[in-house]
Write a protein that binds this ligand. Structure first.
Ligand code: BG6
Length: 510
């Protein structure tokens, strides 16, 4: 769909008193308001169970929000924004209660002249993803005859392929696919969007972006934090579902898809869909060979002892849920035939970083003896998603002096050098796009299902085959040693990045 100019609207948040709404959503809408990006005719309606008045909600979600301070903001802005916030308590499990939402939406539509345009944002536990759209429909709230009616949902989009399919089916009974916005906050990150610009607005990279020049591709997404107080949720999810199936597979799509014919939602979605169709399935008997799972164990990190995963609140003592997952796979198409892709993600790793490292093939004929090891005679392009966002190209240069001693050097670009004002937060960008009707940065139902189809054999293997080990790894390390052995040939290994883009020693500043 083409992006449209922003029309007046009501933005309804289900789960409005929850953490996500207070930490991310209301602050993002406020930032849009402050930057003059919202239409004058705008209202935000919070909906959830807590018995709050409009004023209570204004305080809890905005003025006195303990999860996102607005200290130092202009009083005029704060007051003007607060006046656009409203609240409706309902029991979200009870269909009849949605009549209250319908009345409130109608009244706000008249008060703010919002021309019938409404976005419903589901920031609720996933058990409600089936009910809320159904109950909205029962009260005619999906009726788009006057203005648009849009639905935004947060991950998880299902728990496996079957639940994802049934969720898509039930959502599509009440809202058309083009009005369903599945939010993946990684797609809102500037650097993930920049992947498309890096690839498709430069003549220099794309000719090399294929099996003829690329040896392998790695994607690492590491976090230093453990599961904190989310143990209950996390134990039913694990790293594969929590990070890999969604965020990292979307990054894979951006790195590997063919050039879209235009930068529109439809073209990009169809390229992604083709890419997902080309993933070589990992069969049940290959799971042990192509995947590694691990769980962090108590250890010292940054001079402090931290709990092991099984000691975290809400986690059973015998949990086998992975906090680290690494997989190897191939993409069976013309561009990527036989190029291995390696992806890993984990909690309690040495530093918080997400990056893509593209390792190029070595020159065909070796003229010079490399001073560095084999791995360093490969050129490498590192695309840093976060932090120290930027790009690093590593290549060989002659060391001044006698003979031809070659040394590895880096050429780097840092996003911080582009001082072109405020870089919007992921949610800010995504909400703005949704309000404008631009779904380019949202996940399509088909690609969500395709990604589940791909990871499902791994999930099944891990669940059903007791011979596949869950390796323990000490908190603060790069995960199980076995994961290093995945990368081939055996003298290559993962790039273990530091906070700073240009460093990859084993001794980083945390
Ligand atoms: C979320 C996961 O989707 O992404 C979390 O549920 C994870 O477990 C988070 O910590 C990471 O996001 P970011 O933007 O901090 O890399």
């Amino acid at each position: 769909m083409q992006s449209e100019k922003m029309k007046p609207l009501i933005f309804v948040i289900f789960g409005a008193s929850g953490d996500l709404a207070r930490r991310k959503l209301v602050p993002a809408v406020y930032d849009l308001f402050k930057c003059g990006l919202l239409p004058d005719n705008f209202a935000l309606l919070g909906v959830s169970r807590s018995a709050l008045s409009d004023d209570d909600f204004r305080d809890k979600a905005f003025l006195e929000n303990d999860l996102h301070s607005i200290e130092g903001e202009s009083e005029t802005h704060k007051k003007a924004f607060a006046e656009k916030l409203f609240y409706q308590p309902i029991d979200t499990n009870v269909e009849a209660d949605y009549a209250k939402v319908a009345d409130r939406v109608k009244a706000l539509d008249q008060q703010f002249s919002t021309e019938g345009n409404v976005i419903f944002y589901l920031s609720t536990p996933p058990v409600l993803y089936d009910k809320i759209p159904r109950f909205l429909a029962a009260h005619g709230l999906n009726d788009a005859t006057e203005g648009y009616r849009r639905l935004v949902i947060e991950k998880p989009f299902g728990y496996d392929l079957a639940t994802a399919q049934s969720l898509n089916k039930s959502l599509k009974e009440h809202f058309p696919e083009e009005e369903i916005y599945r939010i993946d906050h990684y797609l809102g990150k500037e650097t993930v969007q920049n992947l498309l610009v890096t690839r498709f607005s430069n003549g220099v990279f794309e000719p090399l972006w294929n099996r003829n020049y690329i040896h392998h591709i790695e994607i690492t997404s590491a976090e230093t934090l453990g599961v904190g107080n989310r143990g209950g949720y996390y134990d039913t999810s694990g790293a594969l579902r929590d990070m890999l199936q969604n965020h990292l597979m979307q990054i894979v799509a951006h790195v590997a898809m063919e050039p879209p014919i235009s930068p529109t939602a439809d073209s990009i979605r169809s390229e992604k869909a083709k890419l997902f169709q080309s993933l070589r399935p990992i069969t049940a008997d290959q799971v042990a060979q192509y995947s590694i799972r691990g769980q962090y164990m108590a250890s010292e990190m940054g001079g402090k002892m931290v709990n092991g995963y099984r000691e975290e609140e809400g986690v059973p003592d015998d949990s086998k849920t992975e906090t680290f997952a690494a997989i190897k796979f191939f993409i069976d198409n013309w561009r990527w035939a036989n190029v291995p892709f390696y992806i890993r993600t984990g909690k309690r790793m040495p530093t918080k970083v997400t990056e893509i490292a593209i390792t190029f093939k070595k020159p065909p004929h070796h003229l010079f003896n490399h001073a560095d090891s084999y791995v360093q005679s490969h050129n490498q392009l590192v695309i840093r998603i976060q932090p120290d966002e930027g790009l690093l190209l590593k290549f060989g240069m002659k060391v001044p002096g006698q003979g031809f001693k070659v040394k590895n050097v880096g050429m780097d670009f840092h996003y911080s050098d582009l001082s072109e004002g405020n870089v919007p937060e992921a949610y800010e960008r995504l909400l703005l796009d949704c309000m404008k009707g631009d779904a380019t940065l949202y996940a399509h139902g088909d690609s969500v299902e395709a990604s589940w189809r791909f990871v499902e054999p791994i999930l099944n293997g891990w669940k059903n085959d007791p011979s596949i080990p869950v390796y323990g790894y000490p908190a603060g390390t790069w995960g199980p040693l076995a994961a290093n052995e995945m990368v081939e040939p055996s003298d290559l290994t993962w790039r273990n990045p530091c906070r700073e883009l240009t460093q990859d020693t084993n001794y980083c500043k945390l």
